[in-house]
Design a protein around this ligand. Structure first.
Ligand SMILES: Nc1nc2c(ncn2[C@@H]2O[C@H](COP(=O)(O)OP(=O)(O)O)[C@@H](O)[C@H]2O)c(=O)[nH]1
Ligand SMILES: [Mg+2]
Length: 301
C-alpha cells in the first residue's frame, strides 16, 4: 500500500465522521452564506480541530472567498483544503539526521506510544541502511526495556539498557559512549512519561539533555514529542506542557487509526507551531508514516 492509501485507511474513522458533517455542509448549501460558515466551523470543531484553529480556518476561508470571488461551496472546499494544508506546514517534516551520530530524544506521557514509535523508527532507519542504537531511558518499568529489546530483534538495531530503577541519565551516558565506539548513525532515546509530577519529569529531561549536550555538542538533535491521537484536545494540553519544559522540535501523533478525531493533528500543528513529523496508524513498523500535509488533508476531506 502506498503512502496515500495507507494514510487514507488509517484516517477512515475521522474521514467518515467528517463526511457526515462536512459532507453535508458542502453538498447541503447552494451558496456560501453565514449559515454555511457556521455549520462548517461546527463540523471542524467536532473533528477536533479545536475552537481556536477552527475559527482561524473559517476566518481565512472567508477572506479567500472574498478575494478570489468564490461562488460555490465546492470552490470553498478546495480553498479550505489549501488553508488546512498551509496551517499544517509549520516547518520541515523530515528528521534532522545531519550528523553521525544524531540524537532523537523521545518524550511524552505514559502510554501514548513512545516505545512503539522508537521501535518503528529503528526498523525504518535500519532498513534504510542506518546504524541505529536505542537507549532504554525509561527505567521506571523493566517492561519498557524488554519492549525495546523485541524491536531490537526485529530491526537489528542495538540497545543499551540497565537495571530497573537505574538513573536514566546514566543509561543515556552509556548509550552515547557505545554509539561513539560503534559509529552509530542515529541514537533513539526512550524516556518515562510520568507527567503527574512535572518537576520530577522536568529535572529528569533536563539531566538527559545536559548529558547529550555535553557528550555530543555538535550532534543534530531532535526532541520528538509523542501524542496519543485518541486523547483529542487533552493531547494539546499535554503538548503545551512538554513544549514549555523540553524544547520540542517535532511531533508524532499516534493511534490515528483508532479515532474519529484526527483533526487534532491540525490543531496541534497550528497551536504549537511545531511540525508534525510522523503519524501512527497501527502497531506494525510500517504503520508509522512520515507526514505529508497535502496527503493528510486529501485523506481527511
Ligand atoms: N492502534 C495503534 N496502537 C498504537 C500505535 N502506537 C502505539 N500503539 C499502542 O499503544 C500502546 C502503548 O504504546 P507504548 O509504546 O508502550 O507507549 P509508551 O508508554 O509511551 O512507551 C501499545 O499497545 C502500542 O502497541 C498506533 O499508531 N496505533
Ligand atoms: Mg514506553
Amino acid at each position: 500500500m502506498g503512502f496515500f492509501d495507507k494514510i487514507k485507511a488509517g484516517l477512515t474513522k475521522t474521514r467518515d465522521a467528517l463526511n457526515s458533517t462536512l459532507g453535508s455542509v458542502f453538498t447541503g448549501f447552494s451558496e456560501i452564506d453565514d449559515d454555511f460558515y457556521d455549520e462548517l466551523e461546527e463540523s471542524l470543531i467536532l473533528a477536533d480541530l479545536g475552537v481556536e484553529t477552527s475559527t482561524k480556518a473559517v476566518e481565512r476561508l472567508r477572506k479567500a472567498v472574498r478575494e478570489q470571488h468564490l461562488k460555490t461551496p465546492e470552490e470553498a472546499k478546495t480553498a479550505l483544503k489549501e488553508i488546512l494544508t498551509d496551517m499544517l506546514n509549520v516547518g520541515d517534516t523530515a528528521l534532522n539526521l545531519a550528523t553521525t551520530p544524531s540524537v532523537i530524544l523521545v518524550i511524552g506521557v505514559n502510554g501514548v506510544g513512545k516505545t512503539t514509535t522508537i521501535g518503528k523508527l529503528a526498523k525504518q532507519l535500519t532498513d534504510q541502511g542506518k546504524k541505529v542504537l536505542m537507549v532504554a531511558g525509561d527505567t521506571f518499568r523493566a517492561a519498557a526495556a524488554d519492549q525495546l529489546e523485541i524491536w531490537a530483534g526485529r530491526s537489528g538495531a542495538a540497545i543499551v539498557r540497565q537495571h530497573e530503577g537505574a538513573d536514566p541519565a546514566s543509561v543515556v551516558y552509556d548509550g552515547i559512549q557505545a554509539a561513539k565506539a560503534r559509529n552509530v548513525d542515529v541514537i533513539l532515546i526512550d524516556t518515562a512519561g510520568r507527567l503527574h509530577n512535572k518537576t520530577n519529569l522536568m529535572n529528569e529531561l533536563n539531566k538527559i539533555s545536559r548529558i547529550v549536550e555535553r557528550e555530543l555538542p555538535q550532534a543534530a538533535k531532535e526532541v520528538l514529542l509523542v501524542l496519543d491521537g485518541t486523547t483529542g484536545q487533552n493531547g494539546l494540553v499535554q503538548a503545551r506542557q512538554f513544549k514549555e519544559i523540553a524544547g520540542v522540535t517535532a511531533i508524532a501523533l499516534t493511534k490515528l487509526d483508532g479515532t474519529a478525531k484526527g483533526g487534532i493533528v491540525i490543531a496541534v500543528a497550528d497551536a504549537l507551531q511545531i511540525p508534525v513529523k510522523f503519524v501512527g496508524v497501527g502497531e506494525q513498523a510500517d504503520d508509522l508514516m512520515g507526514f505529508v500535509a497535502r496527503d493528510f488533508v486529501e485523506a481527511l476531506i
